[in-house]
Write a protein that binds this ligand. Sequence first.
Ligand code: HPA
Length: 297
Amino acid sequence: MEGSYEASVEAASWLRGRLGAAAPQVGLVCGSGLGALAQDLEEPRSFPYEEIPGFPRSTVAGHAGRLAVGRLGGAPCAVLQGRFHLYEGYSPAQVVLGVRTLARLGVHTLVLTNAAGSLRPDLRPGHLLVLRDHIDLPGLAGRNPLVGPNDERFGPRFPSMCGAYDPSLRRLALAAAPAALRARPGVYCGVGGPSYETPAECRLLRRLGAHAVGMSTVAEAVAARHCGLRLLGLSLITNAAPCGAEDDEDDEDEGAEALGEDLGHQEVLAAAQDGAGHLRALLATLAPHLAQRPAAP
Ligand code: HPA
């Protein structure tokens, strides 16, 4: 079955046969427009998704659709350049196949990156949110990747999601982030997309306690924690989500100014590409820490 344990074993053994002894320990998932994060890999080798057995295809602009393997700051690393989203029509299990394959390959620490819209006035394009927690709206509504029979070889039936984002890695990331990123901790809200949020939806998400919103990451985080991976989540803010003002219910133009009349995927990609250099610097600094195998729980 797509996304099953067997599917991740098949993809991982296909890759292992081509990688030999170079098993990756650190995994990185590149968000929209953030494929350049793989440029710092030393001795890179890459595998288009269409060649990896069972892998879905990347259908979205800004997602190259390949797995790159190499060393990042000396650490053996596998980079998913392009992820799968619910809005592409993939099932939650397909969305997380890449992450589960990395786990089967031997990855113990995973960095999930994304491009996100800000729900707070002090969080601006170019800033970085280091994830302290998330709200998985599709997951809460039943589109959780763990729905269905549980395979104990991945993990337990009812995994805890408390402390899902590793506090030590978060502290390191906050301390090491270049000043230009104005890094701060916060809560990411995952939505289904692909339409952007209405102003009323943005205000709802803000009242729920979210700092940023995006269409990815949460299902991967759930699957990663289910199989015991240590997790760091990084949201590069690419735009202000159109929250409007609290009391503007009668204002027909609400949100237009915050969002920009023509905000769309191309603008999000351009803003992500602008910030990617700082994220690359951060990841290079973090690499030796990411490579340290976490102590068994
Ligand atoms: N909303 C949802 N997803 C996003 C946004 C947004 O404003 N920006 C980048 N991804």
